[in-house]
Ligand binder design. Structure first.
Ligand code: SAH
Length: 396
C-alpha cells in the first residue's frame, strides 16, 4: 500500500536537526519550527524541516511538552488505532493460556505506545488514568478498546489532578458507565488485598512492586521484617504469608494504615504484625535507640525529588534513611531499598547507598539490582520509562 501523504491540515514542523523525535515520543516547544492551526488535544502530523513525514501524535500548546507521538507509521489515530494498541498491550501481558492477567498494569503510557494513558486491572474492575488532554479527549475510544480487549468490565476513571491542571482538562473521577463494586478483593501471588476502586494512591495498589514483594516473600521465612513506608501493607503481608516470624509496619497515612490493618487480617497474619503510625525517619531512630534488629528491611519511600531542583535534598534524605536502616540490620540480613524519583539515576542511588554504608560502618553485598515489575516495561530509547530503582543488599 502506498503511504498516504501527511494530512495537509494539522501539521507540526520540527526545527532542523531535531532528530530525537524519530525515536523518542516527546516533542518540546523548543523543537518546533511551526504548527498549523490545530485544535488542542487532537492529532497532528509531525514532519521534519524538509516536510517529510516523521510521526503522528497528540498536540497540546499549553505545556512545554507540546506533542506526544503515538505512532511513527502514517496511520489515523482513530478508534481502530486504540483498539489495536490496547489489544497489543494486553496480549503482551497475557498468561500461557492467552488469558489477560486478572491483576496488574495492562497499559503503561509511552512504554505501550499510548502516551498519557494508564490502564490497571483489579479483578472485576478496571481503573483508567488519562494524563494528557489528547487521551482525555479520546476517553470514549479508550473505553471501547478496553471493552473489546477484556469484555464488559466496569471502568473507573481516576485522572490525576496535577497532570490535568498542567494539560488543561477537567479531571474525571468516577465510573464510566453503571457503577461497579466500591471495593474489590484481589490476589497477588497468593496474598489477598482489598482495594477501594478509585481510592488510595496511584490506581489503588503499587502494582510496580509486585516482583519485589515476591522476592521479599522468598527470603522472609523465620525472619523479623521491617516494612518502612508500608502503605496498605503489601510487603509485610507477603513476608508474613511467606513465613516471617514477625513484621513491623511503619506508615504515616491514616487511610493507608486502615488498609494495612484490613489486609493483615484478611490474610490471617495480623497477630504477627505490629503497625506503627509514625514518620519513618523518627521511628528508625527510636528503634535504633531501643536496640531493635531485623533480618529483612524494606524502604519504599515516596519520590523525594519531584523536580531536578530537589535532587540534593532528596539525596540527603535517601542517605539518612538507608544509614538508619543499616544500623538495624542483622548480620546476613537483607535490605530492599528503593527510589522512585525520576531524577535520581540508578548510579546515583547506588552511590548514596554506598555513602550510607560507609558512614554506618556496615559491609553489604549487592545481591541484585531491583526495578519495576515487568508489566511496567522499560523502553530502551525512552530512558524516562525506567523510574523505579532499587537494590537488594545483604549485610556481611
Ligand atoms: N511499599 C508500599 C508502597 C509504599 S508508597 C506497597 O508495596 O504497597 C509510600 C508510602 O509512604 C505511602 O503510603 C505514604 O503515605 C507513606 N509515607 C510517606 N512519607 C512517610 C513518612 N515520612 N513516614 C511514614 N510514611 C510515609
Amino acid at each position: 500500500m502506498k503511504p498516504r501523504p501527511a494530512s495537509p491540515r494539522a501539521v507540526l514542523r520540527l526545527k532542523r536537526g531535531r532528530d530525537r523525535a524519530r525515536w523518542h515520543p516527546w516533542i518540546f516547544k523548543g523543537d518546533v519550527a511551526d504548527v498549523s492551526d490545530v485544535e488542542p488535544g487532537t492529532a497532528v502530523t509531525v514532519v521534519d524541516a524538509g516536510g517529510r513525514f516523521v510521526a503522528r501524535g497528540h498536540y497540546n500548546p499549553r505545556p512545554a511538552l507540546c506533542c506526544r507521538i503515538l505512532t511513527w507509521a502514517d496511520e489515523a489515530l482513530d478508534g481502530r488505532f486504540f483498539e489495536r494498541r490496547v489489544a497489543e498491550a494486553v496480549a503482551r501481558r497475557a498468561g500461557a493460556a492467552g488469558a489477560p492477567p486478572a491483576l496488574g498494569r495492562l497499559v503503561w503510557s509511552e512504554a505501550d505506545g499510548l502516551p498519557g494513558l494508564v490502564v490497571d486491572r483489579y479483578g472485576p474492575a478496571v481503573v483508567v488514568q488519562c494524563l494528557t488532554l489528547g487521551m482525555a479527549r479520546a476517553r470514549r475510544q479508550v473505553e471501547a478498546a478496553i471493552e473489546r480487549a477484556l469484555g464488559a468490565l466496569p471502568v473507573f476513571h481516576k485522572d490525576e489532578d496535577t497532570a490535568a491542571r498542567l494539560e488543561g482538562f477537567e479531571p474525571v473521577h468516577g465510573w464510566a458507565g453503571p457503577a461497579g463494586p466500591p471495593t474489590v478483593e484481589v490476589v497477588e501471588d497468593g496474598v489477598r488485598f482489598v482495594v477501594t476502586v478509585g481510592g488510595g494512591h496511584k490506581t489503588g495498589l503499587y502494582l510496580d512492586q509486585r516482583e519485589n514483594r515476591r522476592r521479599l516473600s522468598a527470603l522472609a521465612r523465620g525472619r523479623d521484617v521491617l516494612d518502612g513506608f508500608a502503605y496498605t501493607g503489601g510487603f509485610a503481608c507477603h513476608a508474613l504469608v511467606g513465613g516471617a516470624r514477625r513484621a513491623v509496619l511503619i506508615e504515616s497515612g491514616p487511610e493507608a494504615l486502615a488498609g494495612a490493618r484490613e489486609n493483615l487480617a484478611l490474610n490471617g497474619v495480623a497477630d504477627r504484625a505490629e503497625i506503627v503510625a509514625a514518620n519513618v525517619f523518627d521511628e528508625l531512630r527510636r528503634l535504633e535507640r531501643a536496640g531493635a534488629r531485623f533480618g529483612a528491611i524494606v524502604l519504599d519511600p515516596p519520590p523525594f525529588a519531584r523536580s531536578r531542583t530537589q535532587l540534593e535534598a532528596a539525596v540527603r534524605g535517601y542517605k539518612e534513611l538507608n544509614l538508619r536502616a543499616m544500623h538495624l540490620l542483622d548480620r546476613g540480613g537483607s535490605l530492599l531499598t528503593f527510589s522512585c524519583s525520576h531524577h535520581v539515576s540508578a548510579e546515583r542511588f547506588e552511590e548514596v547507598c554506598r555513602d550510607a554504608a560507609a558512614d554506618a560502618g556496615v559491609r553489604l553485598r549487592v545481591t541484585m539490582a531491583l526495578g519495576q515489575a515487568s508489566d511496567h516495561p522499560v523502553v530502551l530509547t525512552i530512558p524516562e520509562t525506567r523510574y523505579l530503582k532499587g537494590l537488594l543488599l545483604e549485610a556481611l
